[in-house]
Design a protein around this ligand. Structure first.
Ligand code: FES
Length: 261
């Protein structure tokens, strides 16, 4: 039987949802795989909504909004681009980045709406079912997705991502702008660091774990893991559990536990 992907679409009320409506009343055909959530603006779509959908077994997610410059809230779709970049960067760590897509469709583009949905549905059909569906509880992929969900809610990272336009396009008080390439490099490093830190916390949640084991699980250098462990202990997110003859073991800190250090 041919694979029928489940596609979730977040459509902005003022442009893309109206474009979908126009496609419907004009009887333009497009694949019936799409389920729609109407949002007031594409900028309202949080990366965590998309990750939640992927965790739930959705095969592909498309976010659609007004063309740049046409957003009814002026800059909402620029926010959508920024949030989408963060999401794509994170999903790239798990090979799921090509299951999400951002597109602009106006209220008068019923034909284009149908074309975009058809193209995206075909692309997901070619990719096959989402690998998340076959995962067991606590599999590496699910831990990665849970870590991503925490990353996108991290206030430090949200502050960095939210300042991108201001820092790269407007001059600061010294008349300087940060080159976009430099900002992106810095942003990617911050995303990767936070992703690894959240994975460490998740892995230390159920049982004490050593730096060596963390390095094996996360597949990065143990020196880097140690750096993250020190940072997380400093923030009070990780506590020393016990020391045995060859390892120091850490666990997630339980807030209010006076024995944690
Ligand atoms: S109102 Fe449509 S993208 Fe903002």
């Amino acid at each position: 039987m041919e694979f029928e992907p489940k596609i979730l679409g977040f459509l902005c009320n003022w442009c893309s949802y109206a474009g979908a409506d126009l496609a419907g009343v004009s009887r333009i055909q497009y694949p019936p795989n799409l389920r729609v959530i109407r949002v007031m603006c594409s900028g309202r779509v949080e990366p965590s909504f998309v990750i939640e959908a992927i965790k739930g077994g959705i095969d592909g997610v498309i976010i659609m909004g007004c063309h740049p410059g046409d957003c009814h809230y002026l800059e909402g779709n620029f926010e959508a681009i920024t949030k989408f970049d963060l999401l794509k960067n994170l999903l790239a760590f798990t090979g799921l980045a090509n299951r999400v897509h951002l597109e602009w469709v106006s209220a008068s583009e019923g034909v284009r709406f149908a074309e975009v949905i058809t193209k995206f549905t075909n692309a997901i059909q070619d990719l096959g079912p989402s690998p998340v569906k076959k995962q067991k509880k606590n599999s590496e992929l699910l831990i990665d997705l849970n870590a991503m969900q925490r990353v996108v809610n991290d206030h430090r990272l949200r502050a960095i991502v939210g300042r991108k336009r201001a820092l790269t396009q407007e001059e600061n008080v010294y008349g300087e702008k940060i080159p976009e390439g430099n900002f992106e490099k810095f942003q990617l490093e911050a995303i990767l660091d936070e992703f690894h830190r959240q994975k460490i916390i998740l892995l230390a949640e159920n049982k004490p774990i050593s730096v060596k084991e963390l390095a094996q699980e996360i597949k990065i250098d143990s020196g880097k893991i140690l750096e993250h462990v020190v940072t997380l202990r400093g923030k009070g997110s990780l506590a020393l559990d016990h020391i045995n003859w060859c390892n120091i073991n850490f666990r997630r800190r339980d807030w209010g536990d006076p024995s944690c250090s």
